[in-house]
Design a protein. Structure first.
Length: 277
């Protein structure tokens, strides 16, 4: 069949004189007609609106189910550069568990066992990461001192349901923060006992940010259940996996998550593994 042409519809619009002038100058610079420039601008605007509508639904992206990593599969092929296409906020780890990961404002930080941050390239790979485009649904400030149990209870009261996913960001002053980070591991090996027993690093009277998620227990095979938070100092030089804290003046932002997107690794290790059912 011959190609069918979509019929054109003529429209007449009235524009302010200054906008007409801008349109004519843009057309002259591009070597195109004002009609062509107008059509291109309208198409760009409509595409942006379409994408905005698609992104309006909050989604968490998991690069792999966490059970694969807990099984001892510490090497996967998800590039950090690709991870950034799915979010600008989140946490995870790196191949061979070489440090804790924090992503803030689109920048990924590697937090090693010494509590310091190290640069990381987009070509580095991760066996597990959880990210989203962070747009807080609610945000509240709190100026009371809270120990870790009271802080967790406060977070719990801010969640309208235990059956949803939430992205959580806490900015402010902390009287004390205790963190730890796993040391580099060999693939297929369980976590070293010394990592479980290592004392946490402590920071006192410090500004920083907690970043992470709340995951309901019924999907524990996909992500760590409950609260999972990583800490990064305000100067972005130190941090780790949150062990405990005492808060001062803080601002808590929470994003309600409606969707979960999961990639399944296409590796021999994963495809032949006997994962918990």
């Amino acid at each position: 069949m011959p190609d069918q042409q979509i019929p054109a519809i003529e429209m007449e619009i009235t524009l302010p004189a200054d906008l007409v002038g801008e349109l004519e100058r843009a057309a002259a610079a591009a070597g195109r007609t004002t009609a062509e420039i107008t059509r291109a601008a309208l198409a760009h605007y409509l595409e942006a609106r379409r994408r905005s509508g698609e992104e309006a639904v909050s989604a968490v992206y998991l690069s792999a189910p966490v059970t694969a990593m807990l099984k001892g599969f510490y090497e996967e092929n998800t590039l950090l550069g690709d991870l950034k296409r799915h979010g600008d906020f989140g946490l995870g780890t790196f191949n061979n568990l070489d440090g804790e990961m924090v992503m803030l404002d689109g920048i990924i930080y590697r937090l090693r066992a010494d509590g310091k941050t190290y640069p990381v390239a987009d070509e580095v790979q991760t066996p597990f990461a959880c990210v989203t485009f962070y747009r807080p649904t609610v945000s509240e400030e709190f100026a009371v001192e809270l120990d870790y149990a009271a802080f967790q209870a406060l977070l719990g009261r801010l969640l309208p349901s235990d059956n949803m996913l939430y992205a959580i960001r806490v900015d402010g002053f902390f009287q004390e923060v205790q963190v730890w980070s796993v040391s580099r591991q060999e693939n297929y090996q369980p976590l070293n006992e010394e990592d479980h027993n290592r004392p946490a690093l402590s920071f006192e009277n410090i500004h920083g940010v907690l970043a992470g998620f709340y995951t309901p227990k019924f999907i524990r095979s996909l992500n760590f259940p409950g609260f999972h938070l990583h800490f990064l100092t305000a100067d972005r030089r130190h941090g780790g996996h949150l062990h405990a804290c005492r808060t001062g003046r803080i601002e808590i932002g929470i994003q309600f998550i409606q969707q979960l997107k999961l990639d399944l690794p296409m590796t021999i290790d994963y495809l032949t593994a006997h994962l918990p059912r």
